[in-house]
Design a protein around this ligand. Structure first.
Ligand code: DX5
Ligand code: ZN
Length: 229
């Protein structure tokens, strides 16, 4: 599968979805243990939710934390920037050790410039869209991206309910990727648990983000196994 270049553990694997635990729901007082635990439980990448209190009504962490996590694991770091003016910080997140840097179509003043900046510094560029933003808004950027992140909740908080109506965008993106012959991963984020993951898998996502479903469970390995289906 072409998207597997973003996820080394998936090289040569066909038909299996990659799992990206969102550290937002981890116990930050035991961050090292949590990172090692999800790695051992079979995580394929780590999802890092950066929030600025402007683009979304919540604040989380910045490059310092990504730098710390970088020291804890070799898993790809999938950095989801929910911030305005991402161009000011892209270099810092790259330097801190992010492998994928994803920006919001709704938050950047010059999408193409920002996506190209990410690629020029040797990172994979992701573009994401809120549940009420149509896929048409991002299709003109397909040549400049490595990953599409389809939000299945409004960004800002972990533990919200999955919005199945966004799945048509996953199907649309898959179709367009095929027609255009592009090597783009399709990721979904928000409200993914063992139940809702069935719908996401059926729609054809490549990567699933899951925060509270994994870190809120007593057995990370079993939960990741169930998410994979
Ligand atoms: C939402 C974040 C998500 C969130 C996922 O703003 O982008 O990555 O942490 O958490 P769950 O899986 O609990 O919905
Ligand atoms: Zn996220």
């Amino acid at each position: 599968m072409s998207w597997s270049r973003l996820v080394p553990t998936k090289k040569g694997t066909v038909g299996s979805v990659a799992i990206a635990p969102s550290l937002l729901s981890a116990d930050f007082s035991r961050l090292g243990e949590e990172v090692r635990a999800v790695e051992k439980a079979g995580a394929d990448l780590l999802h890092l939710d950066v929030m600025d209190g402007h683009f979304v009504p919540n604040l989380t962490f910045g490059p310092m934390l990504i730098k710390a996590v970088r020291k804890l694991t070799d898993l790809p770091l999938d950095t989801h920037l929910m911030i305005e003016n991402p161009e000011k910080y892209i270099r810092q997140f790259a330097k801190a050790g992010s492998d994928i840097i994803t920006i919001h179509i709704e938050a950047s003043a010059d999408i193409r410039r920002d996506l190209r900046m990410i690629r020029e510094i040797g990172k994979n560029a992701g573009l994401t869209l809120n549940p009420d933003t149509p896929l048409e808004k991002i299709t003109e950027y397909f040549d400049d991206i490595d990953l599409i992140l389809v939000m299945s909740v409004f960004p800002g908080f972990a533990g919200q309910s999955f919005m199945p109506e966004v799945l048509s965008k996953v199907e649309q993106a898959k179709e367009l990727r095929k027609v255009k012959g592009l090597d783009i991963a399709i990721e979904i984020d928000g409200g993914i648990d063992p139940e809702t993951s069935k719908q996401a898998r059926a729609a054809g996502v490549d990567i699933m983000v899951a925060g509270s479903a994994i870190f809120g469970s007593s057995d990370y390995k079993d939960t990741i196994h169930k998410l994979r289906g």
